[in-house]
Design a protein. Sequence first.
Length: 403
Amino acid sequence: MTFMTLIWKELRERPTAMLTGLLTIILGTAALVAIRNVTFFSEQAVARELEALGANVLVLPQGVTVQDYYAADLHGQTMPEQYVHQLAFSNLEGVENIAPKLCVPTRLNNRGVILTGILPQSEFQAKAAWQSANLFAEHKGCKRARCASDDPSPSNLATRRTVQDLGPDEVLLGSEIASATGLNAGDKVFLFDKLFTVTAVLPAIGTVDDGRVFAHLHTVQELAKVGEVVNVIEIMGCCEDVAQGLVEQLGKLLPGTKVVTITQVVQTQVSINRLMNRLSWLFLVVLVGMAAASIANATFANVRERRREIGTLMAIGATPRFVTGLFLTKALLFGSIGGLAGYGAGTGLAIYLGSQWAGMAVSPLPLLCFVAVGGASIVSAAASWWPARAAANLDPCVCFQEV
């Protein structure tokens, strides 16, 4: 008589007890899968929201303060544009986006404005193509840094500090300037006696950028006759790397500059990511502990209920190893079935909760299926080990005396 024969026989004779144990595994696995799914996509959603806060690292010319930077970048000091390309191809871990800027004062429709030169991401992509190089280093624990935004819209400049394409005769208007001058997308404007076309009006973000006009960096350099220089390099850095030494690496890479972090943004990113990670681990430990205790309790109850059957098996020649294997095989079988069913239930629950309660899109994580099945099987077998050993050590004579 094989393990599977005995297990199916017990399932037919004691369906309630068996299904209760299986339900415990399914519910525990479903809860863990749902939490992991929601946590994973929540971290991505939070990362996108935090990314909209803007740059968290600034590279400034030596002697310039952060206060000067917030005063519209008109500090009069510059640094070589070569630093931008040196940074882009340095393969520093944690550098996700870079946005060099050059600000010069000018007039637009008899109003004083700040013309800000920016370098579109297509410039970086072109250089990466002909140099056959990777722009940024990929590393574990942070999404790969990218030179291009997922969103090619010009309004992307208002949040992620970069724009995909910008022609030499195109400008982007801040919302405040557009409102004051009555200009809209498609209008023509003169700056430094050069004709530009307004490509888009940026959404209001409540910063000095609302009062700026943005043009291609090289065009601004040419009009201002300042050469290949920039005022500031804004960096979107991985929060963990910024907190763990990226600033020092940047300082060594770019001598003669001041590298500073926008502390509030970095601390917010780090604290939220760590909080979500710790909560995920807390739920994991609690649910695994509860599931293991429930499985062990159910297996002990099953052993007590089947003492006469176990005694009979051992009386007719079953070895303690056979009895132990019987309970562990049942635990592995139920763990596999429960893990698979729990993955399906947990994924469905995560998709529903994500869209209905959290307002975010959640999709299945296929790798989590293997983790759920393997984890449920291991926990189920581990929790059943001690009860299985207790069953194997039963004395058939004592079992028959209790009948």
